[in-house]
Design a protein around this ligand. Structure first.
Ligand code: ZN
Length: 192
C-alpha cells in the first residue's frame, strides 16, 4: 500500500489504521482485503457452477425419457390386423357373390371393434381385418365412396362395393366393405 498513490490527492504516504491504510494528507481510508469475505465470494460461483451441470443432466434425462415415452406410445398405437382366414371355395358358395368373392371370404372378415375415447371425443377401431389384404384376395372394388372429413368423432372412412361379375355384368349379390381411410382397417361389412 505504501508504494501506491492515493487516488484523491496523489500522496504516497499512508499510515496503518484498524480497517487498513489511511492517507496521511487527505485521510482517505483504503480497506485491506478482508479474509472473511473473500473466500465467501469465491465460494458462491463455485457452488453455482457445481449445481448447473446437475440441472443440465436432469433436463437431458427428462428429454430422453420424453423421447422414449413417445416412441413407446407410437409403437403401442400401431395398427395390428386380424388375418383373413379363407377355406378353399366350393362351387355352392359362389352363389350370390360378385367377382372373386366367396361366402368363405365374406364370413372370415373380422370387423373392427369400435372404441370411444371420452377425453378426445373420438372413435378408434381395433381388431379388424386389413382392407388392403382383402383387396388382394377379391380384387379392386367396382365402386368406392369416401368421407374425407372426421364426423362426430368418427375418422374419415371409405366404403367399397363389389357388385359385378368377373365379366363386368351385374352380379346377383353385392358386398359393401367400410374401412378406416387412414389405417385401412375394416370397420363394417354388409351384403345382399
Ligand atoms: Zn490522500
Amino acid at each position: 500500500m505504501k508504494s501506491k498513490e492515493c487516488v484523491n490527492c496523489g500522496s504516497t504516504h499512508f499510515h496503518k489504521v484498524e480497517q487498513g491504510w489511511k492517507c496521511d494528507y487527505c485521510g482517505t481510508v483504503y480497506l485491506k482485503p478482508q479474509k472473511g469475505s473473500s473466500p465467501q465470494q469465491s465460494q458462491n460461483p463455485d457452488t453455482y457452477s457445481k449445481k448447473r451441470p446437475r440441472k443440465v443432466i436432469i433436463a437431458i434425462s427428462f428429454v430422453i425419457l420424453l423421447i422414449i415415452g413417445s416412441v413407446i406410445f407410437i409403437l403401442s398405437n400401431t395398427t395390428s390386423y386380424e388375418p383373413i382366414d379363407t377355406q378353399p371355395a366350393n362351387s355352392q358358395s359362389k352363389g350370390a357373390f360378385p367377382g372373386e368373392w366367396t361366402s368363405e371370404i365374406y364370413d372370415s372378415i373380422k370387423v373392427a371393434t369400435k372404441h370411444y375415447d371420452a377425453d378426445s371425443e373420438k372413435y378408434s377401431f381395433e381388431g379388424g381385418a386389413s382392407y388392403e389384404e382383402l383387396e388382394k384376395l377379391v380384387g379392386p372394388p367396382d365402386r368406392v365412396t369416401s368421407w374425407e372429413k372426421e364426423k362426430y368423432g368418427m375418422p374419415p372412412k371409405s366404403t367399397a362395393t363389389w357388385d359385378q361379375t368377373k365379366d363386368g355384368e351385374y352380379a346377383n349379390g353385392s358386398v359393401t366393405i367400410t374401412y378406416d381411410k387412414q389405417t385401412k382397417m375394416i370397420t363394417d361389412k354388409s351384403r345382399y
